[in-house]
Design a protein around this ligand. Sequence first.
Ligand code: MTE
Length: 318
Amino acid sequence: MKLNLPKIASSEITPQAVFEKRRELIKMAAGGALGLELSSWFSREAFATNKIQVKPNPSYTLMEKTTALKDVTSYNNFYEFGTDKADPIAYASSLVTSPWKVSIEGLVGKPKVFDIEDLRKLVPLEERIYRLRCVEGWSMVIPWVGYSLSNLLKLVEPLGSAKYVEFVSLADKKQMRGVNSSVLQWPYVEGLRLDEANHPLTLLTLGLYGDVLPNQNGAPVRVVVPWKYGFKSGKSIVKIRLVEKQPATSWNISIPSEYGFYSNVNPEVDHPRWSQASERRIGDEKGFFAPKIKTLKFNGYGDQVASLYAGMDLTKFY
Ligand code: MTE
């Protein structure tokens, strides 16, 4: 299987078995079974085997079976490389992820261009296991690596007039064959309200499964917003702009009646062409015949995020 991991020997990638063992330990520690705080053995083991140094964040660790690495890296949506789920793994190796710069600009006191290496070192990297629920009706459980986006935003000192954050992905026809098609308006643009972007769950994502991001998952840096449909999580980001007005986003421009700006996971609000009440977990042995799982409002993160939408009619702000 082709992972499109830049310059990393396969021996350096955390094997899934090692990963699962670590999760067992977190589970025991969280349940008090180990009789100690997250064990120091755990951290040492993680530091010894990972290509990038990662500390698990138990507050964000979902106790659900993680989706196998091979599924996370071979069933993807990344239209810059084609519209088929198998296109990103087949074609994303042409993406050059080093050198890579991310410009943070717009309504900020201190605009700055970061090298990807500096973003990796900004604050300690955490491992967080999140559900990713795609608007198409499937989901995965992925151990992401990164830190709260708020750490980065505060460094550039947003001005009082900044109300929204726009995320702009790379669009280079030479590296991304799909950008030659007009299936979406390029570059891929997504956006969040500033308070959503500053919510601690919103993850500036630099890796998964204890390693750097594979190209097909949005290398070298993407966002992951776990209570929203997957398309809100822009990949291969080159620019983050703080703006006053709600940004025009690629999917909303493309089909506004189907894809709103908010796109919070909501089983009570159907997509105009299908129900959003349930989902299929990718990698389930029974595949398409597996019983569907009930979709949870805000993808299960309601306790943390519902207050962001107090008083809003979520059928109108879909
Ligand atoms: N970001 C860009 N730049 N281009 C895309 O086509 N697809 C989105 C999102 N981010 C997309 C993107 C969609 S629809 C989903 S479901 C997730 O990425 C998929 O992320 P994954 O492939 O890592 O599971």
